[in-house]
Each structure stands twice: as C-alpha cells, then as structure tokens.
Design a protein around this ligand. Structure first.
Ligand code: NAD
Ligand code: LMR
Length: 333
C-alpha cells in the first residue's frame, strides 16, 4: 500500500461535505489503491456536528481511510496537506447573486491563503468551491505567494456537468456522449456555457453538437440561460444550494486533475496569464483545459471565437475584474 495522502476539506460539517466525504474516503477521487488521511476543518461552533460526521465516516469502515482529523484550527488543518478542497463559506440564499457573498467570504480565503502559504506542501493542489469561487480562489492564491499559481483552481465543473446534462436531455442521449461543452469565465450568472466546439455521439455516430441539435435559438437562449441560472433554480426549489451535484463535480474536477484527462477537455477556473483568447490577466477565469499525467494543465488553443462568443467571454471577464477589485479592497481595508 502507498503512503496516505493528506486531503483537507473545509466546511466539513456543511451540506456539500456531507455528500463529498464518503466518495473521497472510498477511493472515487484518488483511486482504489491510495490511502487517505482526511483533515476536516470547520468553525468552533460546528465541532459537535463535525464529530457526528467523523463517527459516520468511522462507521463506514472504509479500508482506504487511514485517519480522520477534525479541527477548528487552521494551523493544524493546513499542515503538510497534499490537496485542499476549500468548501467552507456562507452559501447564498434566494434573491442573492454569488458576488453578494464577497464581503462575508473573501476574508476566509485570505486567512486560508496565508495558512496554505505557511503550512501546506508547496505541491498542494487547491480547488475553491465556496462562492464567489473564482474570486475567492484568486485571493487565496495571492495570499500564498510561495505556492505556484498553477496549483490554484476554482470549481466550474458543476456548470460543465449541467451543460452536458442539458444537451443529453435535449437529444435523448447519455451525458457521457456529450464532449467539449465549455464553460468560460465566472461561476456566476454571466458565465458563458459554449456548445460551438462540442460534439455528441448519437447512435454510435459522432457529430458536432450544433448540427445534431439543429436549434440555434435553443443553443443561444434557453440553454445558456438554464445553465447560468441553474444554481438559483435549485436554491428556489430546495431553499438550500446544490450539494449532491456540487460534491459530484468536485470529485470529477479533482480526479481529472490527479490522474490527467488525456485528450478530453474539461473546464476549470484558473489564473489567466497570457492565454490564447486575449482574456485579461490576473483573474481566475474558467477555460477549457487538458491535464497531463504530471498534473499540469494546458488551455485548449485554436478554438474559433465568433463575435457572439467574444461578447459573452468579455462580459464575464469584466465581472471578474470588478469582483477582483472589490475583493482586493476588502482584503486590504
Ligand atoms: P453550508 O452552509 O451547508 O456549509 C458551509 C460550512 O462551512 C458550514 O459548516 C460552516 O460552518 C463552514 N465554514 C464557515 N466558515 C468557515 C471557515 N472559516 N473555515 C471552515 N469552515 C467554515 O454550505 P454548503 O452548501 O456546503 O456550501 C458551501 C459553499 O459552496 C457556499 O459558499 C456555496 O455557495 C458554495 N457552492 C459552490 C458551488 C460551485 O459550483 N462552485 C456549488 C455549490 C455551492
Ligand atoms: C451552484 O451553482 O449551485 C452554487 O454555486 C450555489 C449557488 O449559489 O448557486
């Protein structure tokens, strides 16, 4: 058996974590041969709830789970970790935009960025889930200058999964028959879910998604709006934000980062630095990526960007610039 890797999940007493921890602990993310030491961070008032989660993990009797460390202490939580899944933050309620959470949440990611910088392994892979996820990831990365910026990401895989599922339902096919659906920009209602480069396999035959769907009005209106507003629709119905689907998306994101994607293209929020699509530098922007077995990612280049797409890619970029400036002034203030 390999040495255990140390995986931190924050917000561990919350909703998403309750769906996520079992999948990680049973090997769905890091593979069936990789023992895991799970570190669970939440705030002090949640320690009793967190102890209940720890008891349940123990009662699952999972062979890969070498130990579980519940804590409210960042210094202990971030010590020597290999992976950080930063979920802990306030979720939005009905009627809010995700950026309305900036004031409440950005300070959490400042503090955790500093903790990453001080205590984590320099190879740590970080995914930020707590909203507004892109800008929180940016702040964490800025506060951790000794960790490579390429080790920071934010979750837009839930949006990608939502896009794939919408196309699959439209065509009556399985969601794995939908490839290269791309999420550009912010995990917010300005994100641009893009099918222009997507392919679908129908009755064993692969073709362009646009040709198979044959409904440009749906692609440019209903589809985009549904994916952009899906989080809000779930909150309206459940009175709570997406948790099961978010946990599934976190597993997809981290598994692909850990093992690589081959030729498959996935969307992840990463720091924009000199990218092929002219997106402003210094924001965490969701791009189509491929990931190597060495866990380094490359932005998929050479995609043709229409005027329609350009306008949408710029709109979500501009929102991220605005969020970044607000977040920096909150952090510095
Ligand atoms: P939740 O309220 O059920 O759980 C959040 C947990 O975080 C709570 O237990 C809380 O005590 C804890 N927490 C708060 N501050 C903390 C801190 N400083 N350190 C550690 N833990 C802390 O919320 P949830 O439904 O699990 O959602 C968590 C976050 O994920 C929200 O911000 C939500 O908007 C976001 N989210 C993002 C996506 C995405 O796709 N990026 C999807 C769904 C939800
Ligand atoms: C989601 O997309 O479901 C989450 O980001 C929660 C939210 O606020 O919409």
């Amino acid at each position: 058996m390999a040495e255990p890797i140390k995986v931190l999940v924050t917000g561990a007493a919350g909703q998403i974590a309750y769906s996520l921890l079992y999948s990680i602990a049973k090997g769905d993310v890091f593979g069936p041969k990789q023992p895991i030491s799970l570190v669970l961070l939440d705030i002090q008032p949640m320690m009793e709830v967190l102890n209940g989660v720890v008891m349940e993990l123990q009662d699952c009797a999972l062979p890969l789970l070498s130990d579980v460390i519940p804590t409210a202490d960042e210094a202990l939580a971030f010590k020597d970790i290999d992976v950080a899944i930063l979920v802990g933050a306030m979720p939005r309620r009905e009627g809010m935009e995700r950026k309305d959470l900036l004031a409440a949440n950005v300070k959490i990611f400042k503090s955790q960025g500093i903790a990453l910088n001080t205590y984590a392994k320099k190879t740590v892979k970080v995914v930020v889930v707590g909203n507004p996820a892109n800008t929180n990831a940016l702040i964490a990365s800025r506060c951790a200058p000794t960790i490579p910026v390429e080790n920071f990401s934010c979750l837009t895989r839930l949006d990608q999964n939502r896009a794939q599922a919408q196309v699959a339902a439209k065509l009556g096919i399985s969601s794995e028959s939908v490839e290269r659906a791309i999420i550009w920009g912010n995990h917010s209602s300005t994100q641009f879910p893009d099918l222009a480069h997507a392919t679908v396999t129908v009755n064993g035959k692969k073709s362009s998604a646009l040709e198979a769907i044959k409904d440009d009005n749906w692609v440019q209106n209903d589809f985009i709006k549904t994916v952009q507003s899906r989080g809000g629709a779930v909150i309206k119905a459940r009175k709570l934000s997406s948790a099961m689907s978010a946990a599934k998306a976190i597993c997809d994101h981290m598994r692909d980062w850990w093992f690589g994607t081959g030729d498959r293209c996935v969307s992840m929020g990463v720091l924009s630095t000199g990218n092929p699509y002219g997106i402003a530098e210094g924001i965490m922007y969701s791009f189509p990526l491929t990931i190597g077995t060495d866990r380094s990612y490359k932005i998929v280049s050479g995609l043709n960007i229409t005027d329609f797409a350009r306008e949408k890619m710029d709109l979500t970029q501009n929102e991220l610039i605005e969020e970044r400036d607000m977040a920096v002034s909150i952090c510095d203030g």
